[in-house]
Design a protein around this ligand. Sequence first.
Ligand code: SF4
Length: 372
Amino acid sequence: MENINIKDLSPTELEEFVSNLGEKPYRARQIGKWIYKKGATSFDDMTDLPKGFREILQDSALIPSLSLIQEQISRDGTRKYLFELWDGNRIESVLIPDSGRFTLCISSQVGCALGCTFCLTGRVGRIRNLKPSEILDQFLHVNSRSSRPVTNIVFMGMGEPLDNLDNTVGALKTFTHPDFIGFSPKKITISTSGLVPKIKELGERISVNLSVSLNAPRDELRNEIMPINRKYPIKELVEESKRFPFPNRKVLTFEYVLLSGVNDSDTDARELGELLIGVSCKVNLIPFNEALPLPYKSPSDARVLLFQRILIGYGLNVRIRKNRGRDILGACGQLAAAYPVEQNLKNLRKNVDIQPLRHKASKGEYENLEAK
Ligand code: SF4
């Protein structure tokens, strides 16, 4: 039987696993504390477990980790991390320090199937889903290296988290369980492009924050820039999102990437205002980050401000999000993790502090483990 990666198991699944090995369920909480709170990488470290049980664990489970192969530091302090997975695929995570908050943007898939036209990850296509352990490891690596603990987690990296719902929920259970990572659900945000039935399912399975990447006020335009809209049109998306069960005092967020001449006119702003009027929500406006292979431009500051002002006139709470990490391709929609599209963007990397890491560790280790 193949040995199981212990970090792929949610707290409940880990309880079942230890029960099947003949131990009491509370052993799962001990194991969780060792791995997620004390950083244990071997069952030998878990000195409060009986020696015989540690040996059984060694024969039946593993605690591998992603290989962190590069860290880039933007001029604005944003950090981008490149990880290699056991199969050679690569993913990225971004840490954004901002007025006391350390927000980690994590990936949920290698690539993405949804093909939003303003997103580099969408150009890669979906290669595969990340496992719960691969989602969690991004946090564990970055949190252990960061000068201050990560305060917020957003699923806005590579991939559509609701297109990998089971593994995303599995990771969320570990993130939020007090004896495992113990992260507040109020500090975790799932961002979706609009997989309507999965929004409902997510809400039934766990309560965290939800952010909807909207980007257009009408179907005709959204169909063009976000093909998922052809299946789940805007009104359906907004209605389902309004029903989402938020943690206390938290509200729905809509993200709106402003593409010059495409979705940033006064008419667009007014239509968006009409669509969202009366909805308890926040709206984040994100001026497009100009990445070379994509056929869009960022609007002028004046246009962005006018767009915001029109929305405020509809009683909406609207913020303009600063572009962070542009020089290291760490901003929204720019994560493409060393896939060919990135080769075209070398010029943007000038004057960036790139730190290759010395330990390009465990791919071989993973291969050995897989062969067992
Ligand atoms: S914006 Fe999100 S959902 Fe759309 S292609 Fe990019 S990663 Fe996928």
